[in-house]
Design a binder for this molecule. Structure first.
Ligand SMILES: *[C@@H]1O[C@H](CO)[C@@H](O)[C@H](O)[C@H]1NC(C)=O
Ligand SMILES: *[C@@H]1O[C@H](CO)[C@@H](O)[C@H](O)[C@H]1NC(C)=O
Ligand SMILES: *[C@@H]1O[C@H](CO)[C@@H](O)[C@H](O)[C@H]1NC(C)=O
Length: 247
């Protein structure tokens, strides 16, 4: 009997070690950084679906805006919310504020100032800090602006003759990105519940830990969640009929 107890004890102890090891690994470990840009017209459509009273802040010119830089393990989401000892500090972003307001816009008008940036920092920035180039809040947001400057999807898509106000097969958009950037990205859609129409909502590019553009193969939902057999709308205005399905 005594022997069995010792065996059980050792078994439980090793189980404990394994779970602890995994947890630690989970909080720091990722494969790629996903740089996500959103299409403001579609983001506004999604926001308005929640309430008729909602209004949006939209960019002054036609452009994709930043959603975030997301450390990501292949085939899953996250890691997320890695370190609660790194609280968001609004003052640290003062030098970037004007640029952020233009390019990393909180589409959801009426939110408390900094809501969106604080969310991205807590959820993703605190995981990205293990990379030297992203090891504090200022650097995280500055890198987002830099990537946006280089890879704004309005320009990338235009080079592939993909323009707002038109409809495209998702394959056309995906191969367009690949031809222009020489790397594979990801495109996400949402659907209008009433009409069944699909709108492009986000485009994601992947970067390795040295912040070099890399293929997105292997990330969750790669290469798309859009219907491959229907045309996708790249809307030049905020679609009406606010009945969105998050695919
Ligand atoms: C979280 O951040 C604090 C403050 O920078 C640091 O001392 C600590 O080591 C970090 N924790 C982890 C798990 O990285
Ligand atoms: C917030 O950032 C400002 C500007 O970088 C800095 O002076 C201040 O010490 C920071 N506050 C905290 C609590 O880290
Ligand atoms: C944002 O919301 C405020 C009220 O909360 C409103 O006065 C303002 O017109 C809105 N801005 C836009 C662009 O809709």
């Amino acid at each position: 009997m005594h022997k069995y107890n010792i065996a059980l004890y050792i078994f439980l102890l090793s189980l404990l070690c394994i779970t602890h090891g995994k947890q630690f690994e989970k909080s720091n470990d990722f494969d790629v950084l996903i740089f996500t840009q959103l299409w403001p017209m579609t983001a506004c459509f999604i926001w308005k679906e929640n309430s008729e009273k909602h209004s949006c802040l939209l960019p002054k010119r036609d452009e994709w805006t930043i959603h975030g830089i997301w450390p990501t393990k292949y085939n899953t989401k996250g890691p997320e919310f890695c370190n609660s000892s790194l609280p968001f500090n609004a003052s640290a972003l003062a030098p970037l504020q004007d640029e952020l307001k233009e390019n990393w816009i909180d589409i959801q008008n009426g939110s408390e100032p900094y809501t969106f940036w604080k969310h991205e920092w807590n959820k993703h920035g605190t995981c990205a800090v293990v990379i030297k180039a992203l090891n504090n809040e200022y650097k995280y947001f500055q890198e987002g602006l830099k990537l946006h400057d280089t890879y704004n999807m309005i320009n990338v898509l235009a080079k592939a003759n993909v323009l707002p106000g038109q409809k495209y097969m998702i394959e056309t958009m995906l191969t367009g990105i690949q031809k222009v950037l020489n790397k594979k990205g990801q495109i996400m859609c949402v659907q209008n519940k009433k009409t069944g129409e699909l709108y492009v909502s986000e485009i994601r590019l992947c970067f390795d830990k040295a912040l070099q553009l890399t293929d997105c193969d292997g990330i969750y939902h790669f290469p798309t969640n859009c219907n491959k057999f229907k045309e996708i709308i790249y809307p030049s205005n905020v679609p009406s009929n606010y009945h969105v399905i998050q695919l």
